[in-house]
Design a protein around this ligand. Structure first.
Ligand SMILES: Nc1ncnc2c1ncn2[C@@H]1O[C@H](COP(=O)(O)OP(=O)(O)OP(=O)(O)O)[C@@H](O)[C@H]1O
Ligand SMILES: [Mg+2]
Length: 254
């Protein structure tokens, strides 16, 4: 394992009114790991992910991805650098098909598609073809290919999570942030989703995931970071985190 972090969060802060959602939080994610982020409700986990992905601007601190400073960059530039996030609550476009949802993810992500549409219409058509081909490939991988032409609204909760992951993969990310990838997903589908993530990790991708499901955290993560009241309070391999008294008190419930 490469010892140099892929992602470094240093002293990052974010307040909403009087609430310090993220309070001088520092952490690092090593390449080609599945790193888990756990902590009680309201600990600031989703807020931190939104900051990393460029959706919120931090009040202070610094974030580096692959050596590049990314805090303050717009989300599409961060995606272009190879960092993508999925949502805690799936953001599918209900009235589009599964395939269209995945194709659109690429367009949203490119950040300059509207400009291209006017400047280079022929290029756009060629891109469209490539995107559709790529989307179909990804849907095979996530086992949604059989549902490619269904409306996204017809999917089950678990399938919507798979659709979220499919959309994230369109940009060929190095690092994927997953906000509760298996929440509300039935155990069988959750298992295959995590198998898929392990396969993608073996292929060289890195995953940083928020999860309340201790099964996933203990069995699938290489490294676990614990957040409490906006800060990192502990980290380590899953077994050591589980045995950590502070963690037990603050999170696992005494
Ligand atoms: N957009 C916002 N405006 C105001 N307060 C917010 C906003 N987003 C989050 N908060 C507050 O910031 C704190 C951290 O919330 P966050 O959603 O990051 O927690 P979390 O660790 O993801 O929790 P959960 O496990 O329940 O998803 C909470 O007190 C929350 O109410
Ligand atoms: Mg959250």
């Amino acid at each position: 394992m490469d010892a140099r972090p892929l992602l470094t969060v240093s002293e990052v802060e974010k307040a909403f009114g009087g609430i310090h959602a993220v309070d001088r939080c520092s952490l690092a994610v090593l390449p080609k790991t599945i790193t888990g982020l756990i902590g009680p409700n309201g600990a600031g986990k989703s807020t931190l992910f939104n900051i990393i992905a460029g959706l919120y601007r931090p009040d202070g601190g610094e974030i580096r991805f692959n050596g590049t400073r990314i805090d303050g960059l717009p989300p599409y530039e961060i995606v272009d650098l190879g960092l993508t996030k999925t949502w805690q609550i799936p953001h599918e476009l209900r009235n589009l098909t599964v395939l269209e949802n995945v194709v659109l993810a690429a367009k949203h992500n490119s950040g300059e598609h509207l400009l291209n549409l006017f400047a280079r219409p022929r290029q756009v058509k060629a891109d469209e073809k490539q995107w559709r081909a790529r989307a179909r490939e990804i849907l095979k991988l996530t086992q949604l290919d059989g549902l490619a032409n269904e409306h996204a609204r017809a999917l089950s909760g678990g399938q919507k999570k798979l659709l979220e992951l499919s959309r994230a993969l369109m940009s060929d990310p190095t690092l994927v942030l997953l906000d509760e990838p298996v929440a509300g997903v039935n155990p069988a589908l959750a298992g295959s989703l995590m198998d898929l993530i392990e396969n993608l990790r073996r292929g060289g991708r890195t995953f940083f995931l928020i999860e309340h499901d201790m099964n996933v955290v203990m069995n699938r993560c290489d490294w676990v970071i614990v957040m409490h009241q906006g800060r990192r309070i502990a980290e380590g391999p899953p077994e050591s985190v589980r045995a950590n008294a502070t963690v037990i008190e603050s999170y696992l419930g005494g």
